[in-house]
Design a protein around this ligand. Structure first.
Ligand code: ATP
Ligand code: MG
Length: 305
């Protein structure tokens, strides 16, 4: 089984996923910091359209990696950057295909396509992280994502695109295009199909999934759905983090009541996911910002080291 404390089995990227607000970014940050100081150059990157990674590391945000501490760089890809990068890498080719049968100018086209096909951005993010992992600039990449709905889109898109591209050659062969145009368009489509296949392969082989949850009714209930959904696309989670666990009561009847309630959910999680590595992170009496507090979280995530 893949273990976030040991990235030696061929997975370079650890992706943190889970429902909104459960502590994905906090755990991603803590993991990246731990990796950077124990096993080499690490990049922590967010593709959440409302990112908070730079905020918790207290650095300026940007799409280009900035150095955070010894061995650790950070990047946040916002919607704008993703759109720009997509435009640069795929825009002209996609335009070439479409403009072979629709008279439309490029800007209008790019705006239209990227707005009706948000999946293209998802595909681009997967592709971008895949390429980053292939440059071997980093020993590890820690990937902080948006709340689960969006992340599932990310996982689904390469397979979906591949599926949708399958009938394309048949359709194109019927279009009244010159045979040279038809040939080059078909080559481009084949290229996309291949790319989607590679992106899927990368998600399967190169990415380890860590699911973060909290011991509360809704989060625990939704977990099954999340894992089932992932399973449907052929992915499984390697580790479960139970965050916000109340460990110190200090004589407070309020905290005691909350801890009692949490215990039921925690037990349920251990029973239900007995095959998975599970770690608990305590609820701290303060928000988690800055290197020192992130290191503290890391001590719990990597307690078994
Ligand atoms: N164990 C903890 N103890 C105390 N506060 C925590 C803990 N984990 C996370 N927090 C706080 O909870 C808030 C949400 O955490 P975080 O941003 O990591 O969640 P998220 O899952 O990434 O949220 P989103 O879905 O919005 O991206 C932050 O203010 C963070 O400091
Ligand atoms: Mg987050």
């Amino acid at each position: 089984m893949f273990d976030i404390s040991n990235a030696s089995d061929g997975k370079w990227v650890t992706m943190f996923a889970g429902k909104g607000g459960v502590g994905k970014t906090t755990c991603a940050g803590a993991t990246a910091l731990h990796r950077a100081s124990n096993s080499g150059a690490t990049l922590v990157i967010s593709t959440d359209p409302t990112p908070s990674l730079a905020h918790i590391f207290e650095v300026a945000r940007g799409a280009e990696p900035v150095r955070v501490s010894e061995g650790l760089s950070l990047a946040e890809l916002g919607l704008k950057e993703i759109k720009q990068m997509w435009d640069k890498k795929f825009g002209p080719e996609v335009y070439e295909v479409f403009s072979s049968f629709v008279a439309v100018d490029y800007d209008e086209f790019a705006e239209f396509v990227t707005s009706i096909l948000p999946g293209l951005h998802d595909e681009f993010m997967v592709d971008y992280i895949k390429e980053l992992s292939q440059t071997q600039t980093y020993e590890h990449i820690v990937w902080d994502t948006a709340p689960m709905g969006q992340t599932l889109g990310l996982l689904e898109t390469p397979a979906m695109l591949r599926e949708h591209l399958r009938p394309a050659p048949r359709i194109y062969s019927r279009l009244k295009l010159g045979s040279r145009t038809r040939r080059s368009v078909l080559d481009i489509i084949k290229g996309w199909e291949k790319l989607s296949g590679e992106d899927m392969e990368f998600l399967r082989q190169g990415v380890s999934f860590v699911i973060v949850t909290i011991p509360e009714a809704l989060a625990v209930e939704q977990l099954d759905g999340i894992l089932e959904e992932m399973g449907r696309y052929g992915f499984s989670a390697d580790q479960l983090v139970i965050n916000n666990v109340i460990k110190e009561i200090g004589g407070s009847s309020f905290l005691q009541a909350k801890a009692d309630q949490q215990r039921g959910y925690i037990e349920r999680l251990y029973q239900q996911y007995s095959g998975m590595k599970i770690v608990e992170v305590p609820l701290f009496p303060h928000e988690i910002k800055g290197l020192e507090r992130l290191r503290k979280v890391g001590e719990y995530l990597f307690a078994s080291d």
